[in-house]
Design a binder for this molecule. Structure first.
Ligand code: AMP
Length: 316
């Protein structure tokens, strides 16, 4: 195992323009661990209730995800419900969040977990994210963090404390603005970097993602899709692909970060095509590579050669 993921494993009830699902497998750790499992060995730290269905555990296990750190407790599994705009799928409203067994979850990392080189603190209570980091025996090579407005609003101080300690922060546009008070995205991303991280990924739904790393900006486009069924988990799948790729390549240079953002975008595109984890559960390496090629073809520009000029009227 090389990537440790802590986050939520959930039952989601969603309504989208394509239909609705009740109590479908979801959660930030479920999406991101399955997405990253195509690239690297991954283990999760999370908790589920005694209502967690065996087939949902089987789906996660069948991807080779180490579930030794997935605790099962008396009570109900975390529940989240949300509704998406029918005209604009980028708009989402949370209807309900029930922490249930997460309310008093206190993760205890195994000896092996404590020395994992890559750690993804997926969206969950920032106090739990801090507790996981405190238990690491060796400073991981790379720690990334994701969060959402629920925690920015409810546990802002703890969230700021954990942001100070991580290398990469994933946020969506609204969260970046809420966290920094900056309405301009580039300024918001820079302001996040002043809090501690050396890289920021601002997720912009169907408009792709903006990566700020090593002093330069990179825009990873989203693959234009003709059908978006359920945007839930797109961000987590993006982060899973991003972290899984970096953990597998072992390269933390700028070019690797750009490639990771493109791989993240590809994994997010699979996630939104179906409800729940269905879009990312049955992929092959070939499917992922083919989509990465499509994304690359879509965005490769013929460079303006050295000394080459554009045909312009009256150019000096
Ligand atoms: P995404 O669409 O990638 O932003 O993530 C959606 C997932 O986040 C859903 O599967 C939810 O179960 C999970 N989720 C929603 N709210 C929370 C929360 N407050 N803490 C942790 N996970 C959450």
């Amino acid at each position: 195992m090389s990537l440790l993921v802590v986050g939520s494993v959930a039952y989601d009830s969603v309504e989208t323009g394509a239909g609705s699902r009740k109590d479908a497998l979801g959660g930030s750790a479920a999406y991101s661990s399955v997405a990253s499992s195509y690239f690297t060995r991954v283990g999760i730290v999370a908790v589920v209730g005694d209502d967690f269905r065996p087939e949902d555990l089987e789906l996660i296990v069948s991807h080779g995800v180490d579930t030794a750190g997935l605790e099962r407790r008396a009570g109900r599994t975390f529940r989240w419900s949300g509704v998406y705009g029918t005209e604009d799928v980028n708009t989402r409203r949370t209807l309900d969040t029930q922490l249930n067994v997460f309310a008093d979850f206190n993760p205890v990392l195994s000896h092996r977990d404590r020395s994992q080189p890559y750690v993804f603190l997926a969206n969950i209570d920032p106090e739990l994210q801090i507790s996981v980091l405190e238990q690491m025996e060796v400073r991981p090579k790379l720690v990334a963090l994701d969060t959402m407005n629920f925690w920015i609003e409810g546990k802002g101080d703890a969230l700021r404390r954990v942001i100070e300690q991580v290398d990469v922060l994933f946020v969506d546009e609204g969260e970046a603005r809420e966290l920094t008070g900056e309405s301009n995205l580039v300024r918001a991303a820079r302001s996040v970097m002043e809090m501690g991280p050396t890289a920021v990924v601002v997720k912009r739904g169907e408009h792709g993602a903006l990566l700020l790393h090593g002093g330069s900006l990179f825009a990873a486009p989203a693959l234009p899709l003709d059908t978006v069924v359920d945007p839930t988990g797109a961000g987590d799948s993006f982060a899973g692909g991003f972290m899984g790729y970096l953990a597998a390549s072992g390269d933390l240079g700028h070019a690797a970060f750009r490639r990771a953002a493109a791989v993240g975008s590809v994994m997010g595109s699979f996630a939104v095509e179906r409800f729940s984890l269905d879009g990312i559960a049955a992929l092959t390496g070939g499917d992922i590579e083919e989509r990465l090629r499509t994304l690359t073809d879509l965005t490769t520009l013929p460079p303006l050669g050295c000394g080459e000029r554009l045909p312009m009227r009256n150019a000096p």
